[in-house]
Design a protein around this ligand. Structure first.
Ligand SMILES: [Fe+2]
Length: 345
């Protein structure tokens, strides 16, 4: 079994390869290095069996979508990942098999709602949840410092102390740590209660990365063309969010809203189904097809997608086009299904 890190930079991409079957997994590939990964795989005669993004990245364009298409392999992410380009969704406790190697999925939200860690016997790939001597920021893209504390202290720190820790980032030249070392020495977590950790994270006041939305929105939607003009953060923050309960009550009223589903057709009819009576216009087509919604301009519109991320973008686009009563279904069809509201498939 081989585990090289392939970027040699602050942003880490790990390869996990099975010597017997020559099957390989790439964890968190970045778009700029796709040629390097393909060359490495070819040189070592490895077949890319799967790609995992440990979460939706906000700091760099993911290489997963292109690499998945080029190598004709599968992209695996947590079921709360917003992007439609995922082939296999996983949950806590699932196992990803690469030849003779088994990687156990740990659901470790907090940095983002879709963050997972992968545990493979003597090591754990922690994404951006637990870093070496640090933790990933919890202040954007649905992050939650309390959840992050629970993920680290209850799930990651429950692993054997000698487990090697490989994070998705390191800014200080570290390459590896152990669970025992992080438990004792991680200055963000060691000796802190949940409340103290939440207060610490809230006090950090990191500046927002300059181009965050330009990176985040293609990573969330798999739309990467020149035609789509994504809303900015202010426009996204202005979108009014409704819970599944609120939307369900509205649909049962005498004046129900127009439910606008902005997923891909395969998702609309897929495993999560769709809400009865919803109109499908995929996000990538929305700006060009907004005229179809002209008759509904006075009506309340609720945008719907898989996890509530693409639909927030859709709602902001419609607001920008002059639709005044647009809302978003928070946490999308994943939450709608979890709460057992009715769906059609
Ligand atoms: Fe991240």
């Amino acid at each position: 079994m081989h585990f090289p890190e392939l970027n040699r930079s602050k942003c880490k991409t790990y390869l996990v390869a099975c010597e017997r079957t020559r099957k390989a997994l790439l964890i968190d590939p970045v778009k700029d290095n796709i040629s390097r990964y393909l060359a490495f795989l070819g040189y070592h005669q490895l077949k890319l069996d799967a790609i995992v993004d440990t979460h939706t990245h906000a700091d760099h364009p993911t290489g997963s979508f292109h690499l998945r298409d080029l190598a004709q392999t599968r992209l695996i992410m947590h079921r709360r990942a917003p992007v439609p380009a995922v082939d296999e969704h996983v949950e806590h406790g699932d196992c990803i098999t690469i030849g003779d190697i088994a990687l156990q999925v740990l659901y470790t939200p907090g940095h983002t709602p879709d963050s997972i860690s992968l545990y493979a016997g003597d090591r754990v790939f922690t994404g951006d949840v637990l870093l070496i001597g640090g933790t990933g920021r919890a202040d954007f893209a649905g992050g939650d410092a309390g959840q992050q504390y629970d993920s680290i202290t209850q799930k990651l720190f429950g692993l054997p102390e000698e487990t090697l820790v490989f994070p998705a980032h390191d800014y200080r030249g570290n390459t590896c740590s152990t669970i025992g070392q992080e438990k004792k020495q991680n200055p963000r977590i060691a000796g802190r209660t949940r409340e103290q950790y939440v207060a610490l994270m809230a006090s950090l006041n990191f500046p927002m990365p300059e181009k965050i939305q330009e990176v985040l929105q293609p990573n969330q939607s798999a739309i990467d063309d020149d035609k789509t003009k994504f809303p900015d953060l202010t426009e996204l923050n202005r979108v009014r969010q409704l819970t599944a309960e609120e939307v369900s009550a509205m649909t049962a009223s005498t004046n129900p809203p127009l439910l606008l589903d902005v997923r891909e057709p395969g998702e609309y009819n897929g495993e999560l189904g769709h809400i009865c009576g919803s109109l499908l216009i995929p996000l990538r087509e929305l700006a060009g097809r907004a005229a179809e919604l002209g008759a509904h301009r006075e009506r309340v519109i609720v945008a719907v997608c898989r996890s509530g991320v693409r639909s927030t973008t859709a709602a902001a686009i419609l607001s920008g086009l002059g639709f005044e009563r647009v809302y978003n279904l928070k946490d999308g069809m994943v939450d709608w299904n979890d709460r057992r509201f009715p769906v059609e498939r």
